[in-house]
Each structure stands twice: as C-alpha cells, then as structure tokens.
Design a binder for this molecule. Structure first.
Ligand code: ARG
Length: 415
C-alpha cells in the first residue's frame, strides 16, 4: 500500500500541482485538507477539484472558532504586534493549520504532511517547526520549495498532464487571509518606493473615501476577551467578522511596512486588519484603566517577545506556555467597555468604563468631591525628596559649587 501524506490544500495552482507531484514524484496517496479560517472561498469547489486532481480524500475543516479563541484572542491579550505594524494574522494561522495537519495525519495513518510554502518565506518555518513540535516523527514535504517551478512552468507541467487547474488571470500579488487580517506582498510592491495601488485592498476603504461621519462602537471585554458589540453579546467569530465590516468601511487597519523576515531578508508587506486593529486599540485602552503601572510596564516589555515568538513559528513551545500563563493572569480584571470612534482610517478609544477600574474620579478630580489627601502629598514629597536634599546639601552644593548651570550637560561638564 502506498504511504499517505496530508497536504494543506488551498485550491490554488501551487497546491493543485502539488497533489499530482506528490503522487508522481514521491509515490504518495494524497489526502487534501482545506482549512476555513475565515478566508472567503468556495470550499465545495476546492474539495471537488482536489478529487479531480487525484487526491484519495478531500477534507474541509472549519477552524474559525478555535482560530479566534485559541490563537487570535490570546495574541490580542498579549498585545502582540510585530515591528510596530503587523498584527500577525498569517503568522498565528499557521500553527493551527499545522495542528490540524498532524491530527488528520494521525487519524488517517499518514506518515507525512505537506504544504505549499516556498523556500523564501516565514510560513515554511512556522509549518515545519510546529509539526516537529507536535509530531517529531512525521515527514514534512514542501513540493514548491523542492521543485522550484515558476508559475509558467507549473501551468505547463499541469497542462502536459491535462490537470483540471483553474485558469484564472494571474494576480501579480501573493495574498493570504483569515479572520484576523489580510496580507499582500510581491508584484509591484517589491519596489518599496512605489505607493500601494488601491486595487490591492479588499477589506478596507481608502481613508480618503471613507464616510465623513464617524461610526461609534462600544466593545465589551471580559477578562481580556472581546464578548460583545454595542451591548449585544456575540461569539468571537461573529464579533470579528462584524468589526471587519464596520472598521473596514472607515478605512481602519491598513499597514505598509518593510519587515524583517525570520529567514534573513527584508520584505515590503501590506496588511489590512480592520477588526483586529480596532480590538487591539480598545484592549489597550481598557488595560490602561485596569492594570497597575508595574503590570503595564512588565506586560509591555513582554509584548515584543510574544510577537517574535508568533512570527518565528514558536507557538508550540514551553516558552510560549510560560508567557501565555503570565499574560492570562494579567487579564483577570481586564473587564469593561470601551467606546471606539471609527473614522477616516483611525480607530480611537474615546470612552472607557470598567467595574474593576483603577481610575477613581474622586481621586483624580480637581472639582468639588475631591477625596485626595493633599497633605499626604506634602508628606510624600518630604520623603521622596529627602535623599536628594541631603546630597545637594552635603555634596553637590558644598563649598559654593554651582553644578547645574544652564548650557552644560546637567552641570556635569568636565566631570
Ligand atoms: N510576511 C507575513 C508573514 O510572514 C505575511 C506572509 C503572507 N503569506 C503569503 N503566502 N502571502 O507573516
């Protein structure tokens, strides 16, 4: 009996050719596995095509709910942003796909998994490393990375075998999407001086063409997780889909950046993540109100680490488990509602409330009703300033020295 491989099948040219290539070149029976992470696609057609191409089985897995609950929302709670502009939509999808590939491989008795990544991107690393972490014994095959056929060569190869591949007009761009966002690269974007053409965007209106009137939306969070919009409780998938619509309409969530890939090159990337950016900004506003200063500091210092870990394919690691445990603990009082304004490309927090707020009107106000103890401030300053006063008297100002002259660097010139 031929050995079996489970291929992550998107329905596109690369993975369609891969079905036949895995059979012909490697002698595998191919099980095609297609994921639904909220990428809009006609899944029935994809399934049918896999069988026509010779797969022995075609499976579709709807993974929208686990994607949001176990991948996107934890990344949101961690505040993970890669290099300041990327909310990691593609990157957080990969470990979930790897997990499903491994699960199906085990169910079906397959000895290998396969994916359509090239040898130049981050996604191959994420698939491979996640698979190694989950099932160290499985073989990993990346047909495109191995055969290195160009698009034209693949079409020729497919035509020579009469393969029913889809003859769509070749898009010059490489795109990837799921509920958390859309990634666009290649084509004319490879010239970093070229402004991104409007046609590459599918989810967001240009901020210039967005409505003059802002949309106001209230987002409810419970322990760091978004649970409702405008007072209506909602499951995570519906909530993110809805916000993608609303915020996309106002041009929220576009990024245009030059990013550092794990495999050592810089690349020009465009992203649109209207819902995710709205949630990110709202979540941050709620944390400002519900976390103490040292909690905010420490958590912020770990954000970068968390983003790198996701970007670099290290989801299934003990290090991630440790960081996630810390993040989760920080979220236990991050409950409340943030009012956001969506307007001309911006998602801005304009109102916040929380039953666990550390903000106190009675302490903060300058008006009547002030309960802050002003005398306590005096006492505090006496103690806070005590060592400074002592040092000034005994050392810095001793013998008529004038150490803090303007125009010298903190008065330490020549020291
Ligand atoms: N540069 C991004 C990342 O590494 C996006 C990759 C998009 N993938 C794609 N096949 N177009 O996460």
């Amino acid at each position: 009996m031929p050995k079996k491989v489970v291929l992550a099948y998107s329905g596109g040219l690369d993975t369609s050719v891969a079905i036949r290539w895995l059979q012909e070149e490697r002698g595998y029976d191919v099980i095609a596995l297609t994921f639904d992470l909220g990428n809009e696609k006609d899944l029935q057609t994809v399934e049918k095509r896999a069988i026509e191409l010779g797969a022995i089985k075609a499976l579709i897995r709807d993974a929208k709910t686990p994607f949001i609950n176990f991948f996107a929302f934890p990344a949101l709670m961690a505040g993970a942003v890669y290099e300041g502009q990327y909310l990691l939509a593609t990157a957080i999808g990969r470990p979930l796909m790897a997990k499903m590939l491994v699960d199906v491989a085990q169910e079906e008795g397959a000895s290998a998994i396969a994916h359509g990544c090239t040898g130049k991107g981050n996604d191959q690393v994420r698939f491979d490393v996640s698979t190694k972490a989950l099932a160290p014994k499985l073989d990993i095959i990346a047909p495109v990375r191995e055969h290195r056929m160009s698009r034209e060569e693949q079409i020729e190869w497919a035509n020579a075998r009469n393969l029913p591949i889809q003859h769509t007009k070749a898009s010059p761009y490489s795109t990837d999407e799921n509920l958390w966002g859309r990634s666009i690269e290649a084509g004319m974007l490879e010239d970093p001086w070229e402004a991104p053409p409007e046609e590459i965007y599918a989810w967001t209106k240009s901020p210039a063409d967005a409505p003059e009137t802002p949309r106001i939306v209230e987002i409810d969070f419970v322990e760091g997780r978004p649970v409702g919009l405008d007072g209506h409780e909602m499951d995570g998938v519906t909530l993110v889909q809805t916000l993608n619509q609303w915020a996309g309409e106002h041009g929220v969530g576009r990024s245009d950046m030059v990013e550092d890939r794990l495999i050592g090159i810089k690349s020009r990337e465009i992203y649109e993540a209207p819902g995710a950016w709205t949630l990110h900004n709202a979540h941050e506003a709620l944390e400002q109100m519900t976390l103490s200063k040292p909690q905010l500091r420490t958590k912020n210092s770990l954000r970068q680490e968390y983003a790198d870990l996701i970007y670099n394919g290290l989801w299934f690691t003990a290090h991630h488990q440790d960081l996630a445990a810390y993040v989760q603990s920080t979220q236990r009082f991050v409950t409340g509602t943030i009012r956001m304004r969506l307007h001309k490309g911006q998602a801005t927090a304009i109102g916040r409330k929380s039953p666990r707020s550390l903000y106190s009107y009675a302490l903060a106000t300058y008006d009547r009703g002030d309960q802050y103890d002003h005398n306590a401030a005096l006492g505090f300053i006496d103690i806070w300033g005590l060592p400074i006063q002592q040092q000034a008297r005994e050392q810095l100002l001793a013998d008529g020295q004038k150490p803090f002259q303007l125009g010298t660097s903190q008065g330490s010139e020549g020291a």
